[in-house]
Design a protein around this ligand. Structure first.
Ligand code: PSU
Ligand code: MN
Length: 306
């Protein structure tokens, strides 16, 4: 197999026990400032284990794609500074890159190759505002259409153009499933005003939807939209000013392409006096917990592998 699974992840997969893939960008300094990146990693892992599933941190070490870390490898990924989208993986493997962190697009690819069906993140990348000029559309969207992995996310980051993001997901035929919501969540806020068609109430219903897609021959993934817990949300009016500031800061320093998302996130954290960070940690833990419940349901239904 092209992916090196940790011994724990390999054993769980071969025995049909629940596994949840994780990206490593959000738990690096590109996603959250230290020490919150580690706190995020610890909380997400704990949330998955509490539900009885095994976390599989993805990324690249010594030129190898990995799913699950052995002792000592965790720090190498938390401290890595090279962001790898799906298309960056193959050059990094050939060049035997020391360490690189996986984005959502890279993670759905690695999870697919490893046979893991579900993945928890914070928020996916999507269509950037002004994409009609810049053409900046995250490869996360296309990757979700090409790899049979369900992504649990608190919607897409609210500094993106959420309406256009939903339009592109429709074009790509990626099913969007609202977990106990009729609305596409806006990452730090539960509400975006944008409706999604398919709503489910339970992790079992998510697993059933995934199995229906797989058994019908759909070769791509699904997006599971899980709003941030009520107690942790930042109302959209409050975050709106910080988002404008974040976008302006990134534009002023010329951060475009892959550099845009990390720069915007850092500026929003600064503009909210770090209030965006606990919200980010809470939604990541909540997504991990839901993904683990779905993994447990898949395991019970006998469909843990893709
Ligand atoms: N969500 C976060 N923090 C992040 C990201 C998402 O809260 O750092 C990362 C994810 O790895 C996502 C990536 O896949 O940003 C999207 O980057 P881009 O817009 O360059 O495709
Ligand atoms: Mn981009």
């Amino acid at each position: 197999m092209i992916v090196r699974c940790s011994s724990e992840v390999a054993a769980a997969l071969s025995e049909g026990r629940p596994v949840v893939a994780l990206e490593s960008t959000i738990t690096s300094a590109l996603g959250l400032p230290a020490p919150y990146n580690r706190e995020c990693f610890d909380r997400v892992n704990a949330a998955i284990r509490t539900e009885g599933a095994v976390p599989a941190l993805t990324g690249l070490l010594d030129g190898q794609l990995i799913a699950g870390v052995e002792a000592g490898e965790e720090d190498r990924l938390l401290n890595a500074t090279q962001k790898l989208a799906e298309r960056d993986l193959y050059g990094a493997m050939a060049a035997r890159l020391d360490a690189g962190v996986s984005t959502v697009s890279a993670t759905v690819a690695i999870a697919h190759f490893a046979g893991i069906r579900i993945f928890a993140t914070g928020g996916i990348g999507g269509v950037h505002r002004g994409a009609e000029q810049s053409f900046d559309v995250s490869s996360d969207l296309g990757a979700m259409a090409r790899h049979p992995v369900a992504v649990v996310s608190a919607g897409a980051k609210a500094f993106l153009d959420l309406a256009k993001t939903l339009e592109v997901l429709e074009t790509l035929s990626v099913p969007v499933v609202g977990y106990q919501t009729d609305e596409f969540p806006a990452f730090w806020s539960r509400s975006s005003g944008l409706k999604i068609a398919h709503r489910v109430e339970t992790p079992d219903a998510i697993a059933a939807t995934m199995n229906a897609a797989r058994d019908s021959g759909w070769q791509g993934g699904l997006l599971i939209a899980n709003p941030i817990p009520r107690a942790d949300e930042i109302p959209s009016a409050e975050i709106a000013a910080a988002i404008e500031h974040g976008l302006a800061t990134a534009a002023a320093v010329g951060a475009t392409g892959p550099a845009a998302t990390p720069r915007i996130l850092a500026a929003i954290a600064a503009a909210t006096a770090s209030r965006s960070i606990p919200a980010n940690l809470a939604l990541a833990a909540s997504n991990a917990s839901l993904a683990a419940k779905v993994a447990v349901a898949l395991s019970r239904l006998g469909g843990v592998r893709n």
